[in-house]
Design a protein around this ligand. Structure first.
Ligand SMILES: [Fe+2]
Length: 312
């Protein structure tokens, strides 16, 4: 990925964000250090645990037959449905046994360079707080349900687990070339909103899809969105929306396919040829695309979430 023998480097120490690289202005809370880790996981109330249980039950109504089997197996391996917000220590022990990963609590979104550093060392930073009944249906800031339910089961898959680590390592190079936006698009269209083929059928493996009830159905079965076979170069040139359902999803053949496409790609060369801004609109289909489904885009054309359009 992203990394080659000629640019071996130390991923164990926190990288510096180079001058002039744009990142979201996040203010570090006083009680966390440079690693942004909470000293310990929040103690959840009975109501917090009830919210987790209700969110869990709601997802289990829509996920079977739509979520990737790696995800469903991960839920089971980690026993995420045993009731209440899971204990990160218990999850980490189990994950360590399976793929060498751990889950660590963070207070909020963390800066890119800190995030890359944790991933490169097989630590998944998970939001500590859980949403409220008022924000039950939609929150923009990732909470413990999105992070643990959506992301952590996938880390039980050995190839996916390696991909996530390589993604973290890739951050060093993206910072050097000032191409965090492009690398961010790759994360968005794989880790958050990725689809894959299983026995010729489309299934979801992205956490942004799997942690909400509407997008699972929309992404896998909806007629509005495009479903395009993933090419890393194409994805890294494509804009994305953060506050609505995606107009386009990218589909992988398998995690081996995703890992190979990224690890074998010469990212130095890619970044040198990549403009700083995105080239393609998020609803576009371009002539080189291998299109699995050409979307009608009717959800988007009717105004999307703001207009109350049907997510079909
Ligand atoms: Fe996420």
């Amino acid at each position: 990925m992203m990394t080659t023998a000629t640019d071996q480097q130390d991923f164990t120490t926190l990288p510096e964000m180079p001058e002039g690289v744009f990142t979201a202005p996040l203010k570090r809370p006083a009680h966390v250090g440079d690693d942004w880790l909470e000293p310990k996981q929040t103690e959840y109330t009975g109501e917090d645990d009830a919210i987790w249980n209700d969110l869990f039950a709601r997802q289990m109504d829509v996920l079977p037959g739509r979520a990737a089997s790696a995800f469903m197996n991960g839920l089971e391996k980690l026993d995420l449905g045993q009731g209440g917000v899971p204990d990160f220590g218990r999850l980490s022990e189990e994950l360590d046994r399976l793929t060498g990963w751990s889950v660590v609590p963070v207070p909020m979104l963390i800066p890119d360079h800190v995030f890359f550093w944790h991933l490169a060392n097989r630590r998944f930073p998970a939001g500590n707080f859980i949403r409220t009944r008022e924000t039950f249906d939609y929150i923009q800031e990732p909470d413990v349900f999105h992070d643990v339910f959506g992301h952590v089961p996938m880390l039980t898959d050995p190839v996916y687990a390696d991909y996530m680590q390589e993604y973290g390592k890739a951050g060093w190079k993206a910072m050097r070339y000032n191409r965090l936006k492009a690398l961010g698009a790759l994360y968005w269209y794989t880790v958050e909103f990725g689809l894959m083929l299983e026995h010729g059928e489309v299934r979801a493996y992205g956490a942004g899809i799997l942690s909400g009830p509407t997008e699972v159905v929309f992404a896998v079965e909806g007629r509005s969105p495009n479903r395009i076979m993933l090419s890393v170069d194409r994805v890294m040139r494509t804009d994305y929306v953060i506050s609505d359902l995606q107009p386009t999803y990218f589909v992988i053949e398998s995690f081996e396919d995703l890992y190979r496409q990224t690890v074998e790609r010469d990212f130095d060369r890619l970044y040198r040829n990549l403009p700083p801004a995105f080239t393609y609109a998020n609803s576009a289909i371009i002539d080189v695309d291998n299109v699995a489904h050409r979307g009608t885009q009717e959800y988007l054309l009717r105004g999307g979430r703001g207009s109350g359009a049907d997510p079909v």
